[in-house]
Structures are given as structure tokens and as C-alpha cells.
Design a protein around this ligand. Sequence first.
Ligand SMILES: [Zn+2]
Length: 84
Amino acid sequence: MARNINQPVRMCIVCRERFTQSSLVRLQCKEGHLEPYMGMGRSFYLCNTCTDHKKTSGQLARYCKSNTPAALMNRLKEIVVNDG
Ligand SMILES: [Zn+2]
């Protein structure tokens, strides 16, 4: 895969592949709830493939310290849709 070396590269938390930052969805957790990254606090990335992957709910639950992975996945779908 060709990459522009001037673009920052980040790792998807599910597949651990590296992608340019602009092709990833940037997220954060606030008190156990999943939100789009608002510019403050810790964030993490998902690639487009892993926004709908069977391993994703478990990873989100870990990052958000949540025991409701299904709710996190529902929220993720909303965020991805709104993100375009
Ligand atoms: Zn991924």
C-alpha cells in the first residue's frame, strides 16, 4: 500500500493494522460512553473495516471499561453514520 509519509499513521485498536489518521475513525470514552473525539483526553482509532467486526465490541468494552459492549456497538454505528 502506498503511503504519503507526511501523513500521521495510527493503529486500529482491533486489527492493529496501521493507517493514515485521516482514514480512521477517532473515538474516545467518557465515563463508559463512546463518543467521537472532541479534542481532549485519550482517544483511540478504528479502521473502516473494524467498525463492523466481531472483535470490536470486546475491544471497545475494554477501552471504555464498560460491561455493555452491545450498547457501545450501537453508539459506534451512530457515530460512523454521522461521520459520513
Ligand atoms: Zn481495524
